[in-house]
Design a protein around this ligand. Sequence first.
Ligand code: UPG
Length: 495
Amino acid sequence: MAEAASSSPLHIVVFPWLAFGHMIPFLELSKRLARRGHAVTFVSTPRNAARLRAVPPELSVRLRVVTLDLPVVEGLPEGAESTADVSPEKVPLLKAAFDGLAAPFSALVGERGGGEADGVFDRKPGWIILDLIPCAMFLILPAALLAYIGPKHENEAHPRRTTEDFMAQPPWIPFPTTTIFHLRHEAMSRASEFQPNASGVADADRLWQVHHNSCRLIVHRSCPEAEPWLFPLLSNLFSKPVVPAGLLLPTDIAAGDVTGDDEPFEAAARWLDRQPRRSVAYVALGTEAPVTAAHIVELARGLELSGVRFLWALRTPAIAAGELLPDGFERRVAGRGVVVPGWVPQVRVLGHAAVGAFVTHCGWGSTVESLFMFGLPLVMLPFVFDQGLNARAMAARGVGVEVARDDDGSFSGEDVAAAVRRVMVDEEGEELARNAQELQRVVGDRARDEQYVDELLEYLQRCNVAFWRLAKWGNSLHLAPSGPSEMRDITRVTL
Ligand SMILES: O=c1ccn([C@@H]2O[C@H](COP(=O)(O)OP(=O)(O)O[C@H]3O[C@H](CO)[C@@H](O)[C@H](O)[C@H]3O)[C@@H](O)[C@H]2O)c(=O)[nH]1
């Protein structure tokens, strides 16, 4: 890995969407860019910045965190700054608040490198890397989701109107694929993402606005080993380079990238230390899945019925975890099951020798951390976004099984227990575990993962700032290639 920038170092500003599933990989990418001698300004809000682990001292000369205060939006709970702080129906309000950061962000990047003149940051940004704004878009999502959404012109040529349309393979994917939401509840949720939400804009439109108006380069937290065939297809479909950043496998396994109230976890960690090797199922459904009280009851019933040891990270922003669990649940599973009501250092748990499988919503971050980093087989319970696609792709690779679902997405405790036992108890589980280890060996190669960042940097340096002129105009951020005729107006900044 290059430790110093080979040619003139870049100043890169990164500004992720306010979700830990986004901020964590953006910070990981930032560290790798800084380690290679480039200056990185990581922008977030004060509370999120405080919750992310401090930048390692050796990187602090080149990687700095700048905070912007989130504007007040009616209905958004006080102090809510990330999707982990709100229930799913309030996320559009968080998006509206994030949209309100367009002007301060524009001011930040428009003036010198962003703030006072201080050495490496005293340069206008060569690149801005955001979820949904120019000039490079870094998607922490798998390439499969972008392939499913497709470019606007393909959606116009092949409009999807009915639920069945959303359940079918997109016609612009010309080969057999797992990129299909074949379950009715998933297709319905997808369809809603093409409609405007409470933030006033449809999520698909946010994506297209950037793809079509402003971004020159699309970067995925992924690699061809993890998602074969998709990168050339996407470059072709979107008529611009779609390149991998690698999986950004977390480097700081012991700490993770988020600080929180680890207190409730410490007792669970001591319990985990006493469990036999590969005997515990770690259960966690990420930070954004719309998990209902009924889901939690059935999941609890399933874990109890399975007879398997488990550690469950149960985050419920709106209701105390204990109030959702069936009566007497914790007493009945005492000794073999532990519920942690709050933030759990997930990477540390997944890497623990006692953990043998992961009951997961199949968020891409969780898939990367469990399967590609540690080779753990999966019990898959996807809800929204890319999660169903990830589950399908991993089932096809023989590294996990999905919990059976009804058309409306509901599932029973018996369905959960059956899937958990297939992975943790039955003979089939041995093959799943072997496949997962084998996939990890191929996909989770750290040297190759670093090489993808080198290749990305080479690309960024080749097409550097000569290409772009930054201008501030009114309340919007404008990024313009050198000719004024190509000036583009970017007003929206969120996913
Ligand atoms: O108690 C917790 C809860 C979460 N995490 C971390 O938070 C991240 C969660 O990321 P992910 O697994 O991707 O889940 P979500 O936050 O739910 O993911 C959103 O963003 C993902 C892209 O990262 C998409 O794939 C998902 O569909 C979308 O829900 C991971 O790094 C976890 O290690 C913890 O460390 N402790």
